[in-house]
Design a protein around this ligand. Sequence first.
Ligand SMILES: C[S@@+](CC[C@H](N)C(=O)[O-])C[C@H]1O[C@@H](n2cnc3c(N)ncnc32)[C@H](O)[C@@H]1O
Length: 210
Amino acid sequence: MNKYKNNRVAEVLDHLHEDAKKDYMRVGKGIVKSIFRPLQPKDFAHAYLPISKNQGEALKQLIIQNDSKYVVEFGTSFGISTIYLADAVKQTGGKVISTELIKSKADIAIQNIEKAGLDPFVEIRVGDAMQTLQGDHQAIDFLFLDGWKDLYLPLFKMLEPYFHAGTLIYADNMDMAGTKIYGDYILAKKNQYSSKFVHGGKAMLTGLAA
Ligand SMILES: C[S@@+](CC[C@H](N)C(=O)[O-])C[C@H]1O[C@@H](n2cnc3c(N)ncnc32)[C@H](O)[C@@H]1O
């Protein structure tokens, strides 16, 4: 018997998480190059660098519980996290805007999202998030930050005018040095934002202070 009982989303996610596990060798080669020069986005052109299944499920539940409809993602990669986000907005009646710098990754993400049957709920914008998300004047219900760390804070500041009382901001990789400047900025604004670390400190969830 098919263990997924026709659950296309679970089937596609299982396959992608498995494929991502095989990815570490390719990522490793990129890191070896960094001994000779700083790492660049193209060194990760073949790397998934995805959130875990637990994080994906938690993101999905957060969006559903918060009834978030307009969800913005920074860093699509091959679409693993986008599929969790899209599966959630399918239930809330919303949509996901996700952006990816590398076109070849965005193209594969679109195929993966189609395989999961979630393409009606997703718009992928190819290019630098600081451009592709600029001038997006719709109120943001949920922001997921998972691209290069030096852009978390500039992107947050650019999108801040579109936050409202119910907006949630989920930033991944808060245990990495590159995100410290973002964490310090948010945590210092206690009268404006309320934050907590989740997933053992790997991510930070922020809402507007009451
Ligand atoms: C950690 S991966 C995202 C993983 C994905 N969220 C997941 O969980 O499946 C980060 C991605 O952000 C992309 N990225 C980096 N800088 C970017 C930028 N300025 N604009 C758009 N995407 C960017 C990278 O190319 C990379 O694919």
